[in-house]
Design a protein around this ligand. Structure first.
Ligand code: MRU
Length: 352
């Protein structure tokens, strides 16, 4: 799987005419690149997790909006922006929890509107440039998160992570995995314990694959083994990503994250949330206001099996995310540094 090192989850094709997605539903068995042009196929790729992870979703939507704008047939600025707004709303509805999706789309619309005059090609160029800027900034932001996160761990540490908040979820380095990737580049050795992350197995299929491709020592565990490895004394820190962080620090991330946080607190292990400022949503007071995506029951009952593993018709509850209470979080690692409690106060001054 070493070719995964050369692949980025989202890009534009050579002619700047199509959005190119590494189809993450096929990993680790197949490396499939998809070229997408139509709003419906771009939305489908986001909704079906062909591209996933909060920052990568934002970048895909931004590039997707630019690509879709190439197909808008409008003879006035007003008509162009009306059509753009409707595509933007369509893409924004693909997944509700990760705030980076709406954040990136809003940025794109603002950049386009900042262009004066009637010339639609010039507006399209502004959309193109803004999408690349969002991607480029993300790589820098992730690297900065890595630098700050690296100050929290030392050579030889055991680190537990949940889901995939690595390169596959961003434009480079990842968020939760950035300190590990950066440390490895500098010759440090960490031992990562990757939760498999049911039901969609982002830990087994993506994190394990990404880390081992980078030569990082990785042990895959089932989600229900986290307590055991903590009890064994193998974990010195937990690093996870985030999809949306409320003003008080309550954090939505992949389902199962809050359970890991409860365990970490019990065992006295620091629990760090690594996220760019674009993942913070200061408009929400607490985690109870974060919309939580619920997904199809079949992801639990039959997706990974040749035969059903549960009786037909069984009721299933399949939330894609949960909210970790801010009291369980030791600190946030952002591009601007490490935020420790009191989160509400610190975040208010950061966003004021
Ligand atoms: O459903 P997914 O795979 O998009 O969920 C991803 C996560 O929960 C990540 O931890 C989060 O988006 C941060 S990615 C840097």
């Amino acid at each position: 799987m070493s070719d995964i090192l050369e692949l980025y989850p989202v890009s534009l094709d050579e002619d700047n005419q199509a959005l190119v997605i590494l189809d993450q539903t096929r990993l680790p068995n197949e490396t499939l690149l998809l070229s997408l042009r139509e709003p419906a196929e771009i939305r489908e790729a986001i909704a079906m997790l062909r591209v996933r992870g909060a920052p990568a979703i934002g970048i895909a939507a931004a590039m997707g909006l630019y690509v879709a704008s190439l197909r808008i047939k409008a003879d006035s600025r007003e008509a162009f922006f009306a059509e753009l707004a409707s595509i933007k709303a369509f893409l924004a509805g693909a997944r509700p929890t990760a705030v980076n999706l709406a954040w990136a789309l809003n940025r794109m619309e603002q950049a386009a509107k900042a262009v004066g005059g009637e010339s639609i090609p010039v507006i399209r160029q502004a959309l193109h440039d803004e999408a690349l800027r969002i991607q480029d900034e993300d790589a820098k932001v992730c690297r900065a998160i890595g630098e700050h996160g690296l100050t929290l761990i030392k050579d030889g540490d055991g680190i537990l992570t949940h889901c995939n908040a690595g390169q596959l979820a961003t434009s480079r380095y990842g968020t939760a995995l950035a300190p590990i990737h950066l440390g490895a580049e500098r010759g440090m050795n960490f031992h990562v314990f990757a939760d498999e992350t049911r039901p969609l197995l982002q830990g087994a299929r993506l994190t394990a694959c990404e880390l081992t491709a980078h030569g990082i020592r990785t042990t895959l565990i089932c989600d229900n083994m986290a307590s055991q490895v903590m009890k064994n004394g193998w974990i010195q820190a937990v690093f996870v990503g985030a999809d949306r962080i409320a003003a008080n620090g309550d954090t939505a991330n992949k389902i199962g994250t809050s359970g890991v946080a409860v365990l970490a607190k019990y065992y006295g292990i620091p629990f760090y949330v690594c996220a760019p400022l674009s993942t913070f949503d200061p408009s929400l007071n607490s985690g109870s206001q974060i919309p939580i995506e619920e997904r199809a029951p079949t992801e639990i009952t039959e997706l990974w099996y040749e035969k059903r593993m549960a009786p037909a018709g069984i009721d299933v509850y399949n939330p894609a995310f949960d909210v970790t209470d801010h009291t369980l979080i030791t600190a946030f690692v952002t591009e601007r540094g490490i935020i420790r409690p009191d989160f509400g106060k610190r975040m208010a001054s950061l966003f004021s």
